[in-house]
Design a protein around this ligand. Structure first.
Ligand code: URP
Ligand code: ZN
Ligand code: ZN
Length: 463
């Protein structure tokens, strides 16, 4: 039996038009006027937008960090994604030192399989390096993992040196993969942290003070130079500040294949959060840290102008109680990261579209289409077209709600956007034609998310 969404406005990255959408066997089979046939189930979408399901290209579920593990696993994290309008997540399968890439991938496949409420794929985060690991990159790409994350920060834990970056970029270019980089100067940060701690400056606000924007700008510049040398495309994750964005803009003006991602936390929250009393500031300890509010206008403009192509939650949730609290004695021990997978889509609509900063088409581009293109999922994902997966959000723009941890689906004891207003609501969310969420709640159904074997990176998809 087919399901037909009637009376809505279809929105893609390029178009906006009134049409009915027919979904059959997981795919979109017709888009047009009055496409329903006898026996079809009809869902009234009058007054609503029909958006491609959100794609969150940056989450960390079930990730062990410094003796603790993220509060959300694949079940709760993908349930939260579905509730908020995200139907695909790309999580970082993280290699721990001493592991092969195959071990890391198998580990993440095991954590995710059978537990996901939305479709999922993996990037491989490389923390250890030798010739055998480099050689393994090709096998991993063949298994559908066509992107790798490397870290220029988190010294002695995840950080790799510039020689490794160059080698990984060369291998990625040769085999059609995309390098995703965490750009902060980890060596200098480690020195600044040591100095701060020696002075007795151990409160959470020193997390931000020891990771200045200058060191993000410097790392992005170095990364762009290395990518030029390797003649490789580059994707800079979680761009937080004007210093970093400027480097990307200059590279893009020269025609280099350099892409940027930002996150709602950098668009909407700022360094004032580190002044919150009673250790509450620890909720906002993430890397890069929140920046002065003046950066936000540049980041929004970067999204509107296409210098930043994607928005990601960088969902990496730790409970305030017992997890963030591990760092009461010193900010170095606060696990880095914040939740956001449930709210990214709604926040981008509210503070992007409804606030007049993004058009509807730009919203779709930065919440779904561009990620699908960059990460080898397009056009099955990231658009509404005949033949595409029927991943559809029926978005009612007339609704309003207040974001609060009290009614959230993500399994963490706070919400970084507590009290923020959301304009519009995901009235219904479909994953491959099956409704999985309604009005911000997960429907009572078994997790049906599938592993997505992604194609190789293709720069011509991006133009
Ligand atoms: O603080 C953050 N962002 N934690 C997650 C790991 C990362 O660097 O993306
Ligand atoms: Zn990172
Ligand atoms: Zn991250």
């Amino acid at each position: 039996m087919a399901t037909v969404l009637t009376g809505g406005t279809v929105v893609t990255a390029a178009e906006c038009y009134r049409a009915d959408v027919r979904m059959e066997q997981g795919r979109i089979t017709q888009i047009g006027e009055s496409v329903a046939e006898d026996g079809d189930q009809q869902v009234d979408a009058a007054g609503c937008y029909l958006f491609p399901g959100g794609i969150d290209p940056h989450t960390h579920f079930d990730l062990p960090v410094g003796g603790t593990t993220t509060a959300d696993d694949f079940a709760s994290g993908t349930a939260a994604a579905a509730a908020g309008g995200t139907t695909t997540v790309l999580d970082f399968a993280t290699q721990h030192k001493g592991e092969t890439l195959q071990q890391a991938l198998a580990n993440w496949q095991r954590k995710a399989a059978g537990h996901c409420y939305v479709d999922y794929g993996f990037h491989l985060a490389i923390s250890d390096w030798n010739a055998a690991i480099q050689a393994e990159m090709t096998a991993v790409i063949e298994q559908g993992v066509s992107s790798f994350k490397l870290y220029m920060a988190y010294k002695n834990v995840l950080q790799v040196d510039d020689g490794v970056l160059l080698a990984a970029m060369r291998t990625a270019r040769q085999h059609g993969a995309l390098i995703c980089l965490h750009c902060e100067n980890g060596d200098v940060i480690a020195a600044l942290v040591q100095e701060a701690v020696a002075r007795g400056q151990t409160g959470p606000e020193y997390h931000a003070l020891t990771r200045p924007a200058l060191l993000e700008g410097e790392a992005v510049n170095r990364a762009v130079c290395l990518a030029r040398l390797a003649q490789a495309p580059l994707y800079v994750v979680h761009v937080s500040c004007a210093e970093a964005l400027r480097v990307l803009q200059e590279a893009q003006e020269r025609g280099w294949p350099v892409y940027g991602e930002t996150c709602p936390q950098y668009l909407l929250l700022d360094e004032a959060c580190y002044q919150k009393p009673d250790f509450e500031a620890a909720k906002y300890v993430m890397s890069p840290p929140l920046r002065p509010a003046a950066n936000q206008v540049f980041l929004w403009q970067g999204l509107a102008d296409g210098n930043l192509l994607t928005t990601a939650s960088d969902h990496c949730s730790f409970n305030f109680k017992q997890q963030k609290e591990l760092g009461r004695s010193s900010f170095q021990c606060i696990p880095n990261g914040a939740p956001g997978v449930e709210n990214r889509f709604g926040l981008l609509y509210t503070y992007g579209v409804a606030a007049g900063k993004l058009s509807l088409n730009q919203f779709v581009a930065v919440t779904s289409t561009n990620a699908a293109k960059l990460f080898g999922l397009y056009p099955a994902k990231g658009t509404l077209a005949v033949g595409s997966d029927a991943d559809i959000v029926v978005w009612d723009p007339a609704e309003k709600r207040v974001i609060t941890a009290r009614d959230q689906v993500q399994r963490v004891d706070y919400n970084a956007y507590e009290g923020f207003m959301q304009t519009g609501n995901a009235r219904a969310v479909f994953l491959r034609g099956r409704q999985i969420a309604a009005n911000g709640r997960l429907l009572d159904a078994a997790p049906a998310g599938r592993y997505l074997k992604r194609s190789r990176f293709a720069s011509n998809r991006m133009s």
